[in-house]
Design a protein around this ligand. Structure first.
Ligand code: FES
Ligand code: FES
Length: 918
């Protein structure tokens, strides 16, 4: 037990009650609330005043609890999210958030609620601008802020944007999030919110160099030197495989590096002990001897072979290659008169989930339990087992609520380190990454260097497409091979092109590992294909939307990989839905530009398509639903909800299939001891794959009920306490559930469904059917560019997406709004640079003030394989945004931006080059 020095009594009012605590007056209030008073509703995303997750009210004004010393609370009135509800009943503000689906992952929600409450305390009827100003200090990475602002405006009565009415239950309903209330009350438990009382803390020691050799001091001497430090873990302490990685055959990332590091932020040792003790040890005091080495920093370094390769087994630094060939793109291009080409480069983009990586591990005899924020519990289980050298069934992953993932929590972070520490020390161990280490150590979106060209006939019909892309995969494999595989399939866009040649390479460098980030490389390649569509449209004199419509993939056509599209191809419908806005906005921007000299407006368009599920491989999901003797229905949902609403829509689908209302359901999410493997939450697969498994599980349970009651297939079901009533044309039958024997987890009837979407392997030319279905979409954006400052503002955006069937309109809209926000960030501001943008004030993500109005158009071209016709939307929502914004900049200014993001300096420099050319 660590002894707190310098404590004194601090008296204040907290959520209406008098408190007198003994605490260090310089402690962060966020820490005191969370660790000393157990009020974990106040979240911590940065500890630096950048994210606003810790926003509380002090005397009614919003304050960052992380920057407020506990001593400053003396004599003041403090309110946290836990104080908003009265007797467990949501406040009006919380109710509005719930109705609007304003909480997705929910990690920013307490801060948002408190910021909104402070405004409403002062101003009963704020304007939209005042709401945006009040929320401006709180970052949300999931929602795009639209529903949050709408909820605040509605509760203040300033505007009531009535939610469209819908069915009450099942598929198509605007069912409120089943885990929404706990997110609004501040009682939802995330990775950093709980741990066994006697847990030790773990802190990772990381490399300050992108490449270096190092010598660690002996662990024993370090432990002897620093009181409170129990152990310094090094690579030698890892009992099983010393490395981890996504692919079964590639475990190239060391749990703890041995002798050499390959990127800045790589883990070399882990200190375990009392929290204050390990935090007070400066890295420099450990006496690690570093010898910096020449680092491979870019594509040319990687390919030129002047510097020793990043990994010995990849002497040319090429981790993986992708290839697709259809027809003869090269000769068709050579013969064409109408053709366009270009080069584009994109940057490292950080996931910037507001919840940093966190969790705890606990050894129970010969088993290990890991409570962690993750997108993929079963992969974590297997990874931890191989690192410990034990069987997977000796590991139980208990997922926390996930405060945002976007692909970044598919890779291991705290998992192997916590597992090793708890396993060898036999004590519970917890860890929460701080923001700089989260930024430095987590995976990123692959930076890309792309060259592409395309040709068409005079009538605008596309004839060829050629893509050559290098993707910087950083120091370790992570998802690099997946990006290399997925991009060639998608890089020609949602268009019918008879001749395609596409090559990709995932190149190793001494950068942070690039991994999965909403789109697996497709958003980068969409920038290239959409710019080419604009260029060809210009050359042919065809309107940019019409050009895309003319070439849009349709049913009966084959994709670049030769796959016949037989069902659910709504690309043309998406473009048609946007046509009226496109014409209207083009005219509005022309009218504006006639009167404006230094500010110019333009409208751009981007299209997308995206295969739902893993590329050319089996990716099954199994879901279970049970009903117990008391009539309680439980969905055992292994499909991780990372904010996108999987918990809610899986219940909606299962309820529809079972024929009982979704309000009768509860759920268990992702616990590997209790739920079946539903695969990872990635690749826009859960609504489609696990949704179908939920439907099958519901149907399976229903068939057992029908059989027991000897009723007709179309019978109506009704639950009254522990009695199931089954009514068909022959009358009503009853099943007394308490008469049945328990089978699994106390359930007396259990339904199970498994779905594995049909795909085929690709041949050496990338030909085959890599996905069972694709989602389609298009965005248009009106932007305003300040020609003097180079700054770009997106004024409005319209998004049309073919989702097959909308399971829950609120959740789908939320995915699109959040995707637009991330696409906007990628287009205009987000750029991770090792050692430079390692916190949330240097690494910028969109705030509420950066967001445009977003109009959403949902197209439903049902996918027969999907649950009630549904397919994915998670990644599709982001892909067209950046191309639409970049197209808007070009339309407004006449200059094309080839280095992304289009920051003001890059826009200005492009404008200057244009002037010089003239
Ligand atoms: S945790 Fe306080 S502002 Fe981020
Ligand atoms: S809901 Fe705002 S960060 Fe996830």
């Amino acid at each position: 037990m660590e002894v707190e020095t310098g404590s004194r009594t601090i008296r204040f009012i907290l959520n209406g009650e008098g408190y007198s605590i003994s605490s260090n007056p310089v402690s962060r209030t966020s820490d005191v609330l969370r660790e000393e008073l157990g009020l974990t509703g106040t979240k911590v995303g940065c500890d630096a005043g950048d994210c606003g997750a810790c926003t509380i009210l002090i005397d009614g004004e919003q304050r960052f609890a992380c920057l407020t010393a506990a001593g400053q609370l003396e004599g003041h009135d403090v309110q946290t999210v836990e104080g908003l509800a009265k007797d467990g009943a949501l406040s009006l503000l919380q109710q509005a958030f719930h109705r609007y689906g304003a909480a997705q992952c929910g990690i920013c929600t307490p801060g948002m609620l408190m910021a909104a409450q402070s405004l409403l305390n002062r101003h009963a009827k704020p304007s939209r601008k005042e709401v945006e100003d009040a929320l401006g200090g709180v970052l949300c990475r999931c929602t795009g802020y639209s529903k949050i602002v709408a909820a605040v405006l509605e509760v203040s009565g300033t505007s009531s944007s009535e939610l469209p009415s819908s069915a009450e239950s099942g598929v198509g309903a605007r069912t409120e999030k089943v885990d929404g209330k706990s997110k609004l009350l501040g009682t939802e438990i995330y990775g950093a919110d709980t741990a066994p009382q006697d847990s030790m803390w773990l802190r990772v020691i990381r490399s300050p160099h992108p490449r270096a050799s190092f010598v660690l001091p002996a662990s024993e001497s370090i432990v002897a030197e620093f009181p409170g430090l129990v152990r310094m873990l090094t690579w030698q302490d890892v009992p099983g495989n010393k490395g981890f990685g996504i692919y079964p055959h590639i475990k190239d990332q060391p749990v703890l590096a041995k002798e050499e590091v390959s990127y800045r932020g790589e883990a070399v040792a882990a200190l375990v002990g009392g929290r204050k003790s390990i935090e007070s040890i400066a890295d420099a005091d450990l006496g690690i001897e570093w010898t910096p080495l020449a680092a491979i920093e870019n594509y040319d370094d990687a390919l030129e072979a002047q510097i020793p390769p990043v990994q010995e087994i990849h002497q040319n630094n090429i981790l993986a290659e992708g290839f697709l060939k259809k027809g003869d793109a090269e000769s068709i291009y050579q013969q064409s008169t109408l053709k366009a080409e270009g080069c584009w480069e994109t940057s490292y983009v950080e996931h910037a989930y507001i919840e940093p990586e966190a969790g705890y591990a606990l050894r129970l005899d010969q088993r290990l339990e890991l409570f962690v924020s993750t997108q993929t519990p079963y992969m974590d289980r297997d990874e931890v087992a191989q690192v410990l050298g034990i069987n997977p069934d000796q590991v139980r992953i208990i997922p926390s609520a996930v405060g945002g993932g976007f692909g970044g929590k598919l890779d291991c972070s705290v998992q192997p380190l916590l597992a090793v520490a708890a396993w060898i020390l036999g004590k519970p161990v917890r860890c929460t990454f701080n923001r700089p280490e989260s930024l430095a150590s987590s995976t990123k979106r692959h930076p890309a260097r792309m060259k592409a060209s395309a040709s068409c006939r005079e009538d605008g019909t596309l004839t060829s497409f050629h893509f050559d892309g290098d993707f910087n995969t950083g120091a370790y494999a992570s998802w690099g091979p997946t990006v290399a595989d997925r991009v060639p399939i998608h890089c020609s866009g949602p268009y019918f092109v008879p001749n395609i040649l596409a090559k990709t390479r995932a190149l190793l460098t001494n950068g942070p590992p690039s991994g999965a980030f909403r789109g697996f490389g497709v958003p980068q390649s969409a920038i290239a294909h959409e710019a080419l569509m604009d260029l060809l449209a210009e050359q042919t004199g065809i309107d940019a939307l019409e050009f895309r419509l003319k070439n849009a993939l349709r049913k009966g056509q084959r994709t670049g990989s030769g796959q016949l599209l037989e069902n659910s191809v709504g690309q043309a419908e998406c473009l048609e839905a946007l046509q009226p806005r496109w014409k209207e906005w083009l005219k509005a921007s022309m009218d504006f530009n006639e009167k404006s000299e230094t500010i110019k407006r333009g409208v751009g368009i981007g299209s997308c398509w995206y295969g739902c599920g893993n590329t050319s491989m089996s990716n099954p999901s199994t879901m279970r639903v049970g009903i117990n003797s008391e009539g309680l229905i439980t969905l055992y949902n292994g499909a991780m909800d990372i904010g996108q609403g999987a918990n809610t829509i899986m219940i909606q689908i299962c309820s529809e299939a079972l024929g009982l209302p979704d309000s009768s359901f509860r759920f268990i999410m992702g616990d590997t001891d209790l739920t079946a493997d539903a695969g990872k939450t990635s690749a826009s697969r859960q609504a489609f794959v696990s949704g179908k498994a939920s439907q099958l599980a519901g149907e399976h349970l229903r068939s057992q009920i029908i059989h027991l009651a000897e009723a007709e297939e179309d019978a109506n079901l009704r639950l009254e306490g522990n009695t199931l009533w089954v009514q068909d044309q022959n009358g009503e039958h009853s099943i007394l559930l308490s008469d049945l024997l328990p089978r699994l987890n106390g359930d007396v009837l259990v339904g199970e469904g498994t779905f594995d979407p049909p795909t085929t392997k690709l041949d050496e030319n990338g030909q085959g059917s890599p996905y069972a279905t694709y989602g389609f979409g298009a965005h248009i954006a009106e932007v305003e560019v300040d020609l003097k400052l180079g700054s770009t503002r997106v004024l409005r955006l319209a998004a049309a997406h073919d989702v097959g069937r909308t399971v829950n309109p609120t959740q789908v809209e939320g995915q699109i709004q959040g995707g637009v926000a991330q696409g906007l960030g990628m287009a205009l501001m987000e750029e991770y640079v090792q050692g430079v943008t390692e916190n949330l004030h240097d690494y910028l993500i969109p705030t509420v003030g950066d967001m445009p109005d977003i109009e959403i158009m949902l197209i439903e071209d049902p996918e027969p394989l999907g649950p009630y016709g549904a397919k994915g939307i998670g990644e599709h929502a982001l892909i067209p945004t950046a191309p639409a914004i970049l197209g808007g900049i070009k339309h407004a200014t006449g200059v094309a931006i080839h280095r992304i993001p289009a920051t003001p300096d890059r826009v200005l420099s492009a404008l200057k080059q244009k002037v010089n050319r003239v």
